[in-house]
Design a protein. Structure first.
Length: 135
């Protein structure tokens, strides 16, 4: 899993505006299946292995700041209870050697499959939705 997520704050992220929260160290646990039927319920949490100790780390940053995190780091955010917006721009970056593996579904898998040239199982990611950042 050679991916990184770049999360760019377009508004100030405050404790009451629903900051992204990392579950520290969870990137070391490997691949996780998505919860069945993601409900949007803000109390929805993953079932971590017995004895695995973690802490929730909120990302409180000013607009224009960037947070990078490993692609396997479990994270999420609460609702925005503040009177201000909390917009962000997200980019997922992966190695050019990454291949498509069915069974490790991502919530945007259906969108990738809308493109006629999406990768088949075992093939490297390709197509207009996966532009190379550098040769």
């Amino acid at each position: 899993m050679r991916t990184v997520t770049c999360w760019i704050a377009l508004d100030d992220v405050r404790p009451d505006s629903g900051p992204m929260v990392f579950l520290e160290g969870t990137h070391k646990l490997g691949l996780w299946k998505l919860p069945v039927g993601i409900s949007g319920d803000d109390t929805q949490k993953p079932d971590l292995p017995p004895g695995f100790a973690t802490r929730e780390v909120p990302v409180i940053i000013p607009k224009g700041a960037v947070s990078f995190h490993h692609g396997l780091l479990l994270h999420g955010s609460d609702r925005n209870f503040s009177p201000v917006r909390r917009r962000a721009l997200v980019s997922h970056v992966m190695s050019g050697e990454c291949t498509y593996r069915p069974g490790q579904e991502h919530m945007n898998d259906w969108m990738m499959k809308r493109s006629a040239d999406h990768p088949a199982p075992g093939e490297k990611f390709r197509g207009p939705q996966f532009p190379p950042m550098w040769p």
